[in-house]
Each structure stands twice: as structure tokens, then as C-alpha cells.
Design a protein around this ligand. Structure first.
Ligand SMILES: [Zn+2]
Length: 138
């Protein structure tokens, strides 16, 4: 897409610190890292979000995430890795070219996990599971 900053990175119109490139993906360092080594994995073929990834990209994304996570953990001597993907504005997506964050984590690096939500009544978890299973059939 013409005005997409990540497409420009894929096309090398904008320079980036690329750490890995395959036929389908590019992995490069985030210029606004949460921790040093924070990497973004993006499909070379534009897709706004996870829902629009083509079959080849979606089926190989898991392998790429696993591969890059292992490399970053080792290279950055990280204690852990967060894999984060925001889809849609409501989920915090800011750049609308699908991307996966690989963030090295360290014990006591100050980031907090979100508080879990509690179910409001008995049986609610079963209702939600049934709603999701039913939507898969339609
Ligand atoms: Zn794009």
C-alpha cells in the first residue's frame, strides 16, 4: 500500500535494521523499543491485521515467531520474551500493517501484567465457550 510505513520498510524505501528476512516476512528492530532488541515481524505482503493475512503468511507466522524469539532471547541475554500482536484500534493497533512484537524481558524490568477479569456468575464461562464454538460452525 502506497502510504503504509511498513510497506515502505519492506520495499527498502525507508531504512531499517533488518535482522531476518524470508520470502514472506521481514524482522527488524523497532525504533521505539520497550526494551532493547524489541523486534517487529511483518508480512511482506500488506495485510491490515491478522484477519487479512493470506494463508501462506498465516501458516508460516508461527515458525517465524518461534525462530525470532529464540534468537532475540539468546542475543539479548533476556530472561523472557513477550510475543504481542495488537489487532484493531480497540486492541491498541497503531500501524495498520499486521505486525508481531517480540519483546525481550528481564526480571524486575518494571513492566506489569494486566489484571485478569473475574467471571460474573456461575456458568458464564460455559456460555462464552458455547458462543465461540457456535460461531465456528457458521
Ligand atoms: Zn503495508
Amino acid at each position: 500500500m502506497e502510504d503504509c510505513i511498513f510497506c515502505k520498510i519492506v520495499n527498502k524505501d525507508i531504512p531499517s535494521e533488518i535482522i531476518h528476512e524470508t520470502d514472506h516476512f521481514l524482522a527488524f528492530l523497532n525504533i521505539n523499543p520497550n526494551n532493547y532488541g524489541h523486534t517487529l515481524i511483518i508480512p511482506k505482503k500488506h495485510a491490515d491485521n491478522i484477519y487479512e493475512l493470506d494463508e501462506k503468511s498465516s501458516s508460516t507466522l508461527g515458525y517465524e515467531i518461534s525462530f525470532i524469539s529464540k534468537i532475540i532471547k539468546s542475543a539479548m541475554n533476556a530472561d523472557g520474551i513477550n510475543v504481542i500482536m495488537n489487532n484493531d484500534k480497540a486492541a491498541g493497533q497503531a500501524v495498520f500493517h499486521q505486525h508481531t512484537h517480540i519483546i525481550p524481558r528481564y526480571l524486575n524490568d518494571g513492566f506489569e501484567h494486566w489484571e485478569p477479569k473475574k467471571y460474573e456468575y456461575e456458568g458464564q464461562i460455559k456460555e462464552i465457550a458455547e458462543k465461540i464454538r457456535t460461531s465456528m460452525l457458521s
